[in-house]
Design a protein around this ligand. Structure first.
Ligand code: NI
Length: 237
């Protein structure tokens, strides 16, 4: 449509319509972003929350296979290869865990509350699984490799579960692993605190024997719900 071909009052009306449409689109996007911001989980980035909310509106969540926990948008692949150092100081990759199920959490040992809660949840889920739990390895990947040395991790993970594996690495290795799992993390220095904190997303990932994420669980998911989802996955193998 050529606006110049119309009389001035029509052109004005069209311009108004275009402007109104632009405002509506901006308001809708803004509203969606606001909704994502308000609805984001503890430690979840706005971007992640936005993707989740947008995915829900587009109906993508409903199409993904139901395995318990948060549904991955269709076509989204999480997990895969990594290269890190475990809490005994040994270099490890995903191949060292091949054939095993993992419950993976990204956090850090200086975390005051969320990380200990979620790691406790993983341990409780394994307890609830009884012998079946022996097929699952609990894993903490640090997002704070500067302070979380293998020694620091060894002491920390042993407090949660005797078989829990702590993984650290160079800043680049940790960043690569976090990227593969779409984990957000950032260093935060509050003026009233002498030690910095790490802001980070807080999902528990159920990883299959192929190193791919099968399900993820929001913060505050009960150990029973996680155990049930793991049971469902174990049955399929
Ligand atoms: Ni934390």
């Amino acid at each position: 449509m050529d606006a110049a071909a119309h009389p001035p009052y029509v052109r004005r009306t069209m311009l108004h319509a275009v402007r109104a449409l632009a405002i509506v689109v901006l308001l809708a996007l803004g509203g969606l972003w606001g909704w994502a911001w308000l609805g984001r989980g503890e430690g979840e980035g706005v971007g992640e929350s936005f993707a989740r909310v947008a995915g829900r509106i587009l109906g993508q969540e409903a199409q993904a296979p139901s395995v318990g926990g948060v549904q991955l948008p269709q076509g989204m692949v999480l997990g895969g290869p990594f290269s890190l150092t475990d809490h005994t100081g040994r270099a490890v990759t995903e191949a060292d865990f091949a054939g095993r199920f993992l419950l993976v959490y990204f956090g850090f040992t200086y975390c005051p509350d969320v990380c200990p809660t979620e790691l406790g949840t993983i341990a409780a889920a394994l307890d609830a699984l009884e012998e079946q739990g022996e097929r699952v390895t609990p894993v903490l990947v640090t997002v704070d490799p500067e302070r979380d040395t293998p020694e620091a991790l060894a002491d920390y993970v042993s407090r949660f579960h005797p078989r829990m594996v702590g993984l650290t690495g160079t800043a680049q290795q940790v960043a690569a692993a976090a990227r593969a799992y779409r984990v957000y993390y950032a260093r935060v220095q509050r003026p009233e605190m002498t030690q910095y904190l790490m802001d980070h997303s807080s999902f528990i990932y159920l990883v299959g024997p192929d190193a791919r994420v099968r399900a993820l669980f929001r913060p505050d998911t009960s150990p029973e719900a996680i155990a049930q989802a793991v049971r469902g996955q174990l049955r399929g193998t």
